[in-house]
Design a protein around this ligand. Sequence first.
Ligand SMILES: NC(=O)c1ccc[n+]([C@@H]2O[C@H](COP(=O)([O-])OP(=O)(O)OC[C@H]3O[C@@H](n4cnc5c(N)ncnc54)[C@H](OP(=O)(O)O)[C@@H]3O)[C@@H](O)[C@H]2O)c1
Length: 244
Amino acid sequence: MKIKGKIALVTGGAKRIGNEIALGLASKGAHVVITYLHSKKEAQVTVKKLKRYGVKAHAIQADQSRAHDVNRVFREVMARFKRLDILVNSAANYLKTPFTELTENDFNRSVDTNLKGPYLYAITFGKEMLKRRSGKIIHIGDWGIFRPYNDYLPYFVSKGGVATLTKALAKALAPFVQVNAILPGPMMLPEGTSARERQAIIRETPLKRIGSPRDIAAAVEFLIEGSDFITGALLPVDGGRSIQ
Ligand SMILES: NC(=O)c1ccc[n+]([C@@H]2O[C@H](COP(=O)([O-])OP(=O)(O)OC[C@H]3O[C@@H](n4cnc5c(N)ncnc54)[C@H](OP(=O)(O)O)[C@@H]3O)[C@@H](O)[C@H]2O)c1
């Protein structure tokens, strides 16, 4: 699928990795809708940056853990653009809780945003893509589903679910819509990561560096434009961490 002229939705596109993905797609000629939860200012700045590429751009506030909000995003995208060609589910939370303090609420907060959110977007837009017999859905998962870190149990359960969601959707939407997941390694480390922790991560990464949002955006662009014969794949973009 050529990116130029397509309509793309990038969740969590106001900041960080989602932002790089949105800008990358616009630079290749896609019209881009981003969603944000709290980052209104950053979303407005992003829309201006996206438009500099000569494409249409729009930002929508939406809490993806709520079906009501996802349905509103769907209606707004359809009203403006009549279709969606590319869905990139990037938005997520990353909540740290020691095992002994875990509650039901921790599970709900991770799973509702990180798994139910992508599920809601994928089933809502996937039905529309299926009708038109064309589309690409890309989930941003996490390489750590194979080796979960301590203190992030509900987060990794939610991302493990995203991997299964990817494969199940790929079957349900074949042969018309390709559904894949990218599994980033450490890219943008959480605030408060010490220099020592950073060095330890680099030591444990065969390619000896932290990844960049561009590495993820490039993988998204490849899955859209590089091949239409990949579906149900989980693509680690992790500097080799998963084989270490
Ligand atoms: N950073 C890394 O090193 C790394 C490593 C592995 C995997 N990943 C995955 O890559 C993706 C992007 O990572 P990131 O670090 O750039 O993400 P991030 O900054 O932690 O979060 C991205 C955006 O998600 C949005 N968000 C959170 N909860 C939401 C909700 N309920 N509804 C709608 N939007 C919500 C936030 O929007 P607002 O700012 O508008 O509130 C936030 O800007 C995530 O799926 C993450 O799990 C990242």
